[in-house]
Structure formats: C-alpha cells, structure tokens
Design a protein around this ligand. Structure first.
Ligand SMILES: N[C@@H](CCC(=O)N[C@@H](CS)C(=O)NCC(=O)O)C(=O)O
Length: 255
C-alpha cells in the first residue's frame, strides 16, 4: 500500500506556484496537489483564508513536521522554500556565509523581482484593454524597473554558474520562473543580459524543471485565450481587491 504524502501544496500554475513545484521536483518528494482556482475566487474561501490570509497561493501544509507535533502551515513562496529546503537538508547550505548569500537572493526575489514584474504585467494587460486612460507613466515606471531588475540578476551572475553560495540552490529556483517570462514581455531585451541568458538556458535543461513546468499547465490560459466575459470576470476577482472582512464562518466556529 502506498503511503499518503505528508505535504499538501495549494497551487495554481503561475510563476509563484511554479517556484514550489521546481523545488519539490528537485527534491524528488511526493505531495498532494491541491489546485486553488484563483480565477474563480477560491482563494477567498474561509478555510483557505485560515492558511493564507493574504488570499494568495502557494501554501504548504506539512502534516509530518520535523520533531512531530501539529501540522505546520506556511504561506509566501519564499518561506515555503526555506521550510522545505531546511527540512530536506538540501539546496540551502547552512554555513553562515552560504546561508545568507542564498537568503539575500530569496528576499530580493520576494521583495523586488516578483512584485515588480507582477505590476509590469498588470499595467501592460490594462493598457491592452484600451479603456483605462493614459497609462504611459506606470508603463514607463515598470518597464524601467523590470529592466533594472534583469540588470541586478546579470550583475549577480557575472562569471558565476549560480546566483549564490557557489552552488545550485533555492536562490536560483525562486528567481527562475519570473526571469523566464522575458519571452512574453516585449519591453525586455534579454540579449542585454548575457549572464542571465546563459543561466536561464542552463536551468531550463534540468529534468526537474521540465517536470515542474508541466504540473497543472493546462489550467492556465493566457489572457489572449480568454473570452471577453471570462476576462471581465477574472478582472473583477483579481484586479479590484479590497480588505476581506472576518468571514462569518470563522465567528460561527468559535461560538
Ligand atoms: N508573495 C506571494 C505572492 C503570491 C501570489 O501573488 N499569488 C497569486 C498568483 S501568482 C495569487 O494567488 N493570486 C490570487 C489573487 O490575486 O487573488 C508569494 O510569493 O507567495
């Protein structure tokens, strides 16, 4: 009889979700894949908000944490990768020099590359809709910022095989899915960043990368494949969010 894996991964095949899939495939771990249909608003379900009050996937729940005890639940992809790498004892060397070399790139990705590339895509999609007025300021702002961020990666990879610690680590895995998006971003001239180009090429050839990028891939439809009705529905759910009040179900459970 096969054992049920102890890891639940709440997932949708976007760059932030793929980071976790890459690490899990590199580690060769089994996991229960729990698809969160973010275009249908499943991220606002009261049970999901319990483990992800930021209404975002990915989320990890480990039912067999090191040392035992209650399940550990983690949101934010950077924290999830640290958790998994630390538990497995791979891809995050713990010697103080290497540990913080890796950590700084993980934090850089979470605070810079992910959010800025996300906004870059948001404003380019909004511009293509032709109904939001003059967006030249945010377009210029995020085109510049994304160019700057590819430059940061290029500096970080100068004459190096890997971003940090002299070895393949969660620093590379976390930066890859967003960096690989240059193909869809017309404002990015990848030939200006040869060290990034070489690194992307090398990472794209890893078998675990291939496997990870297949996971749930049919669930994702690019904006060009959506009907106008679906596009409107998704925009309502994803692009106009405000604070979520405490769910009624949480209060009832307490009473
Ligand atoms: N900082 C978060 C960002 C996660 C994130 O933005 N996830 C998006 C998909 S890429 C999501 O779940 N969006 C749902 C929504 O916007 O409501 C992380 O790295 O885990």
């Amino acid at each position: 009889m096969t054992e049920t894996p102890s890891l639940d991964i709440y997932y949708f095949p976007t760059p932030n979700g793929r980071k976790i899939a890459i690490l899990l495939e590199e580690l060769g771990l089994s996991y229960n894949l729990k698809i969160v249909h973010i275009g249908q608003g499943e991220q606002f379900h009261p049970d999901f908000l319990r483990i992800s009050p930021n209404n975002r996937m990915p989320v990890l729940v480990d039912h067999a944490p090191k040392g035992g005890g209650a399940p550990v639940s983690v949101f934010e992809s950077g924290a999830i990768m640290m958790y998994l790498a630390e538990k497995a004892g791979r891809f995050w060397p713990q010697d103080v020099h290497k540990k913080y070399d890796v950590a700084q790139w993980v934090f850089w990705q979470m605070g810079n590359q992910g959010p800025k590339m996300g906004e870059h895509g948001h404003f380019h999609r909004a511009d293509a809709e032709n109904k939001h007025g003059d967006l030249s300021y945010p377009l210029r702002r995020f085109d510049n910022e994304v160019d700057r961020l590819y430059g940061v990666l290029n500096l970080g990879l100068f004459e190096k095989d890997w971003l940090a610690a002299g070895e393949y680590s969660i620093a590379d895995m976390i930066c890859y899915p967003w960096a690989a998006l240059w193909k869809d971003r017309t404002s990015v001239d990848i030939s200006a960043f040869p060290y990034v180009q070489r690194w992307l090429e090398k990472l794209s050839q890893r078998p675990a990368m291939h496997k990870a990028l297949e996971i749930g891939k049919d669930l994702y439809q690019g904006p060009d494949k959506l009907t106008p009705e679906d596009r409107e529905k998704f925009a309502k759910i994803l692009a106009n969010q405000r604070a979520v009040p405490i769910p009624e179900a949480w209060r009832q459970k307490k009473a």
